[in-house]
Every structure is written in C-alpha cells, then in structure tokens.
Design a protein around this ligand. Structure first.
Ligand code: GLU
Length: 289
C-alpha cells in the first residue's frame, strides 16, 4: 500500500510561507515515496472559516505546483462521523458537559492564580478550572434542560487511566528537538474540549477521526502541533484507531524570528505572488530544493 500524506489547512485566512513549506514538504515526500497526497479542509468553525479563503487555498496550492486527490474532504460536511466518535467516548463515560462561559472560566482562573499558580497547557492556555465533572446528576440535567450552552469535555484522568502508554515515535523533530520515542503527557492539556453544544466536534476529535477514515499513514505537520499529538494518541487508542507515522517539521519564521500568523501580509503567498515571486522563489525562501 502506498503511504498516504495529507495537508490540512483551516480556511480562516490566506496561506503564508509556513503553509507553503508544510504543503510542499508533504507533496515532495509523497512523490519521493510513491505515495498519495490528500488535501483536507478543516472548516469546523463557521465563525472564522470562509469560502473565499478555501478558494484561495486551492488557487495558491495549484500555483505552487502541488496536486492533490479529489474529492477534497471538507470537515463541515462530515459532522455525523465526529458525532459517532463522540458518542463512543460518551458511552465509555469519558465525556461531560461544562457550562461555564469563557468569561467565567477566565474569572475562575484569575481566582485560582490569586491563591497559587495555576497550570497551563503546552500552548500556554490555562487548564480548565471548573468543577462540572462533579456536578450532581440532577443539577446537570436541569442545566441541560434549560438550554444553556455547554462544551463537552474529556475526563482526562479517566481517559489516561485507560491508556497506559499514549507515547509515539517521532520521525521529525519537536519544538525542543525531541526525536524518536516521546513520552506523551496528555494530562498536561487538562480536560480538553471535544465538542460544543452547537458543533459536535473539535480540532482534536475531527483530526483523529479523519486521519483514520482517510487512511492517512503519514502525519507531516508543524512543530506547533507536536504536543497535541499526545491528545491525538490518547484519542486514537480510546477509539481503537490506527496510528500513523508522525513527523513534525520546523516552523518558518518571519525575518525577525517571529512565528507567522494568518495576518502576516509580508509572507502571504498572494502578496508575494503579486510582487512577482515565482513558485521556485517560494521554495528557496522556505529552504526546500
Ligand atoms: N488544521 C490545522 C492547522 O491549520 C492542522 C491540522 C493538522 O495538521 O493536524 O493548523
């Protein structure tokens, strides 16, 4: 079976040099290994994703000389798949609704931090400080009935108890240069959100479901997602999904060493193209042959 690679951008902005590096690397590796390249549109957030960004992704990738298999999987069209996985985790007793708003969570974190330090996840966000996991069943039922919004969270302690070894073999490089056997600590992420009342999925859930459904065998993505792999390994094992090979790659920075963001005009592919850059110039700028 040929290896299966994927490039999985979110259409919530225009592509920049960092995306170009990731997409070209996947494309090159697929070619060199006689593999396949899939393009997946990660558009589960209707507030931030827009069709014009998706159209621009296709245009920019084609301009770079990348080709991919069709039809493209658009996550917003497959919510039933994610809901099924969520129900599986729910049936295992690993999911609970948490009703705190973002503002309330911020207030709780400030309260905790006033007393002592409060842990943060590998991305620097404070862990969920709420107590919804231990809500009495009747209080929980009342809140659900009231129509209050909620997030569905993974009971991380219970999940970790079921998966003794969520580690993985890294074939690329982590943010601290981590390679080969990585001892994952999904608990460092706390009770991550798996879904919301209005959206039956999240980044973590949809990415593991899709990689399995699409038969992805090689996950090649930026080192900014390195520690998320701990959560992905945990979910894969809970759901009985196969493990792809992992290869995290360096991040392209701007001239001053800062991470690129969606709004980095100077490194946007459209801007560079308008200034006369060629696809070969882009390859050179991101350090690819
Ligand atoms: N959609 C994610 C992003 O744009 C990438 C997901 C992945 O490669 O796992 O950052």
């Amino acid at each position: 079976m040929p290896p299966v690679f994927r490039f999985a951008p979110s259409p919530n902005g225009y592509l920049h040099l960092g995306h170009a590096f990731s997409a070209l690397l996947n494309f090159d590796l697929a070619r060199q290994s006689g593999g396949r390249l899939l393009l997946r549109i990660e558009d589960i957030d209707p507030a931030r994703c827009r069709p014009e960004f998706e159209a621009a992704i296709f245009e920019d990738l084609a301009w770079l000389g990348i080709s991919w298999e069709t039809p493209v999987r658009r996550q917003s069209e497959h919510l039933a798949d994610y809901r099924a996985a969520l129900e599986e985790l729910s049936a295992m007793g690993l999911v609970y609704p948490a009703f705190e708003s973002r503002a309330e969570i911020a207030r709780l974190v400030a309260q905790r931090e006033a007393q002592a330090s409060w842990p943060r996840d590998p991305d620097g966000a404070p862990l969920y400080p709420g107590t919804a996991k231990s809500l009495a069943p009747d209080a929980r039922a009342r809140l659900l009935q009231s129509g209050a919004p909620y997030a569905l969270r993974l009971d991380m302690a219970a999940a970790c108890a079921l998966v003794p070894d969520p580690g993985w073999i890294e074939r690329g490089e982590g943010p601290g240069g981590e390679t080969s056997a990585v001892a994952a600590r999904p608990q460092d992420w706390g009770d991550v959100i798996l879904a919301r009342k209005e959206t039956p999925t999240s980044y973590h859930l949809s990415v593991v479901v899709d990689d399995a459904l699409q038969g992805v065998t090689e996950v090649v993505r930026g080192a900014d997602l390195f520690w998320s792999t701990a959560v992905h390994r945990l979910l894969q094992q809970l759901l009985g999904l196969p493990q792809p090979a992992w290869r995290h790659h360096r991040l392209v920075s701007d001239g001053e060493g800062r991470k690129l963001s969606k709004s980095t005009g100077a490194t946007g592919l459209r801007e560079l193209r308008a200034q006369g850059a060629t696809p070969a110039d882009i390859r050179r700028r991101v350090g690819l042959p």
